[in-house]
Design a protein around this ligand. Sequence first.
Ligand SMILES: [Zn+2]
Length: 113
Amino acid sequence: MKEKISYMKGLIEGLKSESDSKEMKILIAIGEILSEIADSLQEIKEKLNTMNDYIEEIDRDLGELEEYVYSEGTQTTIECPYCGEIFSCEKRENGDEEIFCPVCHRAIINLES
Ligand SMILES: [Zn+2]
């Protein structure tokens, strides 16, 4: 778009030297306005890009947060193989982490993952 406007402005400049009519002045004014619009658009584009980066960053953080909430908040039910007590505990990320039975306090290997 910017290239087209510069091209048009170039054409207007070329015509300006040939005539100095009112129409010419209007064309020049239109050319000025168009290039101002192009500059504004460029600015908006840059701001949008910055905002996009920001949104992507938030999205990433949100994904991490979701992962955190999911892994921390998921409860799993375990039956103690020693005393038969059924209790719930938080799901661990590595399934072989030891969990202690709240009744007999023995270590249970969490086979669920
Ligand atoms: Zn037990």
